[in-house]
Ligand binder design. Structure first.
Ligand code: GDP
Ligand code: MG
Length: 292
């Protein structure tokens, strides 16, 4: 058993626009040491993306859904305050990832507005520093004074990820590990969870359908089996609350659903280091929100 003296533990909200590099960053952090993903939406307000553990302590990375949402949609409006609340309850630090190769734009401003109000230590991560051009770094400069630390990394190459971990550990409170990781599959990500796989599908659907059907959908995984040849077989459904969204989710000639399924499959293959076969369909279920 580990001496708890000096042992740090806490929850870190990982925030950033779609494509900022959050998943790449987590994959890279997890590669360096033992860590596990186990979403537990029933017991926490947010889904756990990963648990990182080492001598210095335990970091629980969580996701804050809705922080980058369109506020026009009535359900999104409900989710947004939730995201804001999450940052002030049960989160010990915020890691805000920006992509300097993209223009700042409106959604980033809104998310930054929420982040800057969080009353916990905040770390600004400037990602993709392996890329010099294009850069819009100047547009993000004003953010820097709102943060307790600024860390430049490349999630892709792994550059300065140890520096980011140093920054996180330096702001986390002392305490003992909150999640017992001993019984979980390790090392690597636990892609054997239906909930985790559903989260990834939902995330990809949000990403590709952003302006069209925000928050009218969710994903359910009906089957998750390891085949004899080592591939992981996933049978899943996207549920939408309204008939009129179904054709948009499917796309012309099935292109949209194919794109969602392919992106989710790719992410699962990277996370689990095995081939994934995914069967994804769309279904109208006006009541899916009632099951949440
Ligand atoms: P997420 O939506 O925030 O989870 O972003 P992802 O981790 O899926 O990354 C989005 C895209 O950016 C992927 O194509 C990544 O390979 C790429 N990416 C992420 N981090 C870096 C980085 O540090 N440098 C470069 N060049 N590309 C990156
Ligand atoms: Mg991601």
């Amino acid at each position: 058993m580990q001496d708890q003296q000096g042992h740090k533990a806490g929850v870190v909200a990982l925030i950033g626009r779609p494509n900022a590099g959050k998943s790449t960053l987590l994959n890279n952090i997890l590669k360096q040491k033992v860590a596990i993903t186990s979403p537990k939406p029933q017991t926490t307000r947010f889904s756990i993306q990963a648990v990182y553990e080492e001598e210095r302590g335990q970091i629980i990375f969580v996701d804050t859904p809705g922080i980058f949402s369109q506020v026009k949609d009535p359900l999104a409006r409900k989710i947004n305050p939730r995201a804001e609340e999450t940052l002030n309850h049960g989160v010990d630090a915020v890691v805000y990832v920006i992509d300097h190769t993209r223009e700042r734009e409106h959604e980033e401003n809104k998310a930054f507005g929420i982040v800057r109000k969080a009353r916990v230590p905040k770390i600004l991560v400037i990602n993709k520093t392996d890329v010099d051009e294009p850069t819009h770094r100047i547009q993000y400069k004003f953010m820097e004074e709102e943060f307790d630390a600024i860390v430049e990394i490349s999630a892709l190459t792994g550059k300065n990820i140890p520096g980011l971990l140093d920054a996180i550990f330096s702001v986390l409170p002392e305490g003992k590990a909150q999640i017992d990781t001993a019984h979980l599959t390790q090392p690597g990500l636990n892609i054997d969870s239906k909930m985790f796989v559903a989260e990834i599908i939902r995330e990809k659907a949000f990403l590709f359908l952003r302006s069209e059907v925000p928050y009218t959908l969710t994903a359910v995984v009906d089957e998750l089996t390891k085949r004899d040849n080592g591939t992981l077989y996933v049978k899943a459904r996207i549920l939408t609350s309204d008939e009129r969204y179904k054709p948009m989710i499917i796309g012309k000639g099935g292109t949209m659903i194919k794109e969602i399924s392919m992106a989710a499959r790719k992410e699962l293959e990277t996370a689990g280091d095995k081939k994934v076969f995914m069967e994804l369909t769309v279904e109208v279920d006006p009541h899916w929100m009632d099951y949440l």
